[in-house]
Ligand binder design. Structure first.
Ligand code: FAD
Length: 405
């Protein structure tokens, strides 16, 4: 069996020539095509080569992403970004994820990071983020604060002209490779237990790429997917940062972060859709090539109907994503809908990638075909950026009112 079949050739799906819907403006089609070309020519071959050996996203690939402006899609033009919307951002994310989800994720380490900045912090950091030279890692989750993020206990104390941070963080992806950490810590421990989301602040901690800040130790987590970068457990032991590391207003970071979640959830949906599309395209190719009982397996109705179901599910999730992106870009509240699309797309991606693996038979259960990567990575989309259960909680709370217990 050849090491990684050539999955980079376009299929009928990649070359969709269906009538173009009106929301796909010329500019959007151009952005989508540029991202697709980059994903198929550069990202996918890199993923096929490096993911099986647990290699890291190469600097050269990041440089090309920077040249394309991908780290500044959402950053206003006055700060050197492209000043585009969530729609364009998610179009690109789907394409990148079709190649390698981690690359679609690293894009967010420039784009989303400016929230809560003062005007001075924006002038200082956003242009460098937009150019891709200044990418971040986000330390919110803790060993005892996952879904229940308001339970975080990492503590920041004011000491003269400094803040001193102590405590543990879990799951900090890219902590080593990033140029700065955004750390959420409790600055007011005496808040009412019923209002635990108050008294939490965010800190911007610049650092040298490839290292951790003084006072921080990191241990990599052994993940089953989401390769291309490392995810860390971090221990903060008297990590001292200057007073101006505080992002925005003291004690209000929970709201700042929550305000950014709609975009993050649409982006996660886009990543899930990209993975599912990659798996579908590979399954179609394999269904044409693999012969059993004297004919390509794509002749069997069992396989044909799987393909039909997979394509239908992907398109349904994509259309909801387009709707959510349009709502976000119009400035309308859509926390319920962004939870819906995150839930729908990630559950869909797990099913579709699993069916694609099934269509590959035993070959799907090897590392010779990319479909196992799509399957492993799709599994994560149901967990991060809020689990499926948490999305259902948000949706049902909006429909029924918050549950009493
Ligand atoms: C590979 C990877 C990378 C990550 N990267 C980052 C990162 O860069 N930065 C960061 O801050 N975090 C990161 N995370 C953390 C991620 O956001 C959390 O894993 C996620 O929020 C879930 O938290 P948890 O793992 O503690 O699960 P838990 O909260 O312990 O959940 C366990 C189970 O209980 C369920 N559950 C919990 N509460 C409820 C409830 N109220 N109702 C119903 N069911 C419930 C959950 O849905 C889940 O099924 C990453 C995680 C992974 C796996």
């Amino acid at each position: 069996m050849a090491q990684h079949h050539d999955t980079t050739r376009p299929t009928a799906l990649a070359d969709r020539d269906d009538a173009v819907p009106s929301y796909m403006t010329d500019e959007r089609l151009m952005i989508q095509q540029a991202a697709r070309d980059f994903a198929m020519k550069e990202v996918l071959p890199t993923a096929n080569r490096l993911d099986p050996q647990n290699g890291e996203i190469p600097m050269a690939l990041r440089d090309k992403m920077a040249e394309l402006g991908l780290f500044g899609i959402l950053i206003p033009q006055e700060y050197g970004g492209l000043g585009l919307g969530c729609f364009e951002y998610c179009l690109v994310a789907e394409e990148l994820s079709r190649g390698w989800m981690s690359v679609a994720s690293i894009m967010a380490r420039g784009n989303g990071a400016g929230n809560g900045f003062t005007p001075e912090q924006k002038r200082k950091y956003l242009p460098r983020m937009a150019s891709g030279e200044y990418l971040g890692a986000f330390a919110l989750s803790e060993p005892n604060a996952g879904s229940d993020v308001a339970n975080l206990s990492c503590r920041a104390r004011r000491d003269g002209e400094h803040w001193v941070i102590n405590g543990s963080k879990m799951w900090c992806t890219f902590a080593d490779g990033a140029d700065y950490l955004t750390v959420m810590a409790r600055t007011d421990p005496d808040v009412d237990p019923k209002a635990r989301h108050k008294g939490i602040s965010a800190f911007h901690i610049p650092k040298e790429r490839g290292t951790l800040p003084p006072g921080v130790q990191g241990t990599p987590v052994n993940k089953i997917g989401y390769r291309g970068w490392k995810t860390f457990e971090l221990a903060f032991d008297n990590c001292r940062v200057p007073a101006d590391a505080l992002i925005g207003e003291e004690g209000n970071a929970f709201y700042t972060v929550m305000g950014k979640l709609e975009v993050a959830r649409a982006h996660t949906a886009a990543r899930a859709i990209g993975l599912a599309r990659g798996a579908l395209e590979d399954a179609i190719r394999y269904a044409h090539e693999r012969v059993q009982f004297g004919k390509p397996i794509g002749e069997f109705q069992a396989i044909r109907f799987k393909i039909a179901d997979m394509a239908t599910e992907i398109e349904a999730a994509r259309q909801l994503m387009y709707h959510v992106c349009t709502e976000i870009d119009s400035g309308r509240r859509c926390d319920k809908e962004s939870s819906m699309v995150k839930l729908l797309a990630s559950e869909m991606a797990e099913r579709v990638t699993s069916e694609a693996l099934q269509i590959h038979g035993g070959a799907g259960y090897t590392t010779d075909f990319a479909v196992e990567r799509y399957w492993r990575d799709a599994r994560l989309t149901k967990i991060f950026e809020g689990t499926s259960e948490i999305q259902k909680r948000i949706i049902s709370d909006r429909l029924l009112g918050a549950a009493k217990s």
